[in-house]
Ligand binder design. Structure first.
Ligand code: GRF
Length: 205
């Protein structure tokens, strides 16, 4: 059983997709808490509505990024968390945080990585003129959206697309693949082999 924290900064639609999947599909995941780096974030409100313990952990309270990362890792560990899903968490977590949860931090990114890492991935895709984009669930390493890829889903990009219309199309796919990737992790079906993540056969016992 994984002991999971979901970290989010904004509206929390991926957070909701994960929570619903954990409950509806009865995943072997103990959802310990949601944490946001923003007070008054919509994700906190939604977590409350779904009866998930929700905390704010504000960067303003720490003079340096590394201290924030360290304190957040310690807070999660103290609550028994061993796995972290980043769901629109708008801060880059440093190496001390990543090392505290080795191979146990997932992220969702709204492009087909390694294309368009970083902020505004959908805008980057439109401006570049790609015909296909999508989303990626990956393990988090110390780089920017650079960890081993677990799952991806593609969507078409149309000439008529705006950032909003493409973002919406991609978001639907995000809500599909993030819970699936978490399920694979929870069922011990992900094996990291260098840059590759191998999906193991289901153990039917
Ligand atoms: C999503 O597009 C996700 O891929 C990106 O940030 C956005 C968060 O949306 N990392 P939400 O808060 O999950 O609705």
């Amino acid at each position: 059983m994984l002991n999971l924290a979901i970290l989010a900064s904004g509206r929390g639609s991926n957070m909701v997709a994960l929570i619903e999947a954990i409950r509806d599909r009865n995943l072997p995941v103990n959802l310990v808490m949601v944490v946001s780096d923003q007070s008054n974030a919509l994700c906190l409100q939604k977590a409350n509505e779904l009866n998930v313990p929700a905390y704010t952990f504000l960067p303003e309270h720490y003079p340096q990024r590394t201290q924030y990362d360290q304190a957040l890792a310690e807070f999660l560990k103290a609550k028994g968390v061993d796995t972290v899903c980043l769901a629109g968490f708008m801060r880059l977590l440093g190496s001390n945080f990543v090392k505290a949860f080795p191979e146990r931090i997932l992220n969702i990114h709204p492009s087909l990585l390694p294309a368009f890492p970083g902020l505004h991935a959908q805008k980057q895709a439109i401006e570049y003129g790609v015909k296909i984009s999508g989303c990626t669930v990956h393990f988090v390493d110390e780089g920017l959206d650079s960890g081993p890829i677990i799952m991806q889903k593609a969507v078409p990009v149309y000439d008529s697309d705006t950032v909003d219309s493409l973002s919406e199309r991609i978001l639907q796919k995000e809500h599909e693949i993030y819970p699936l990737a978490l399920e694979l992790l929870a069922k011990n079906r992900l094996k990291i082999d260098g840059r590759k993540v191998v999906i193991l056969e289901e153990n039917k016992d």
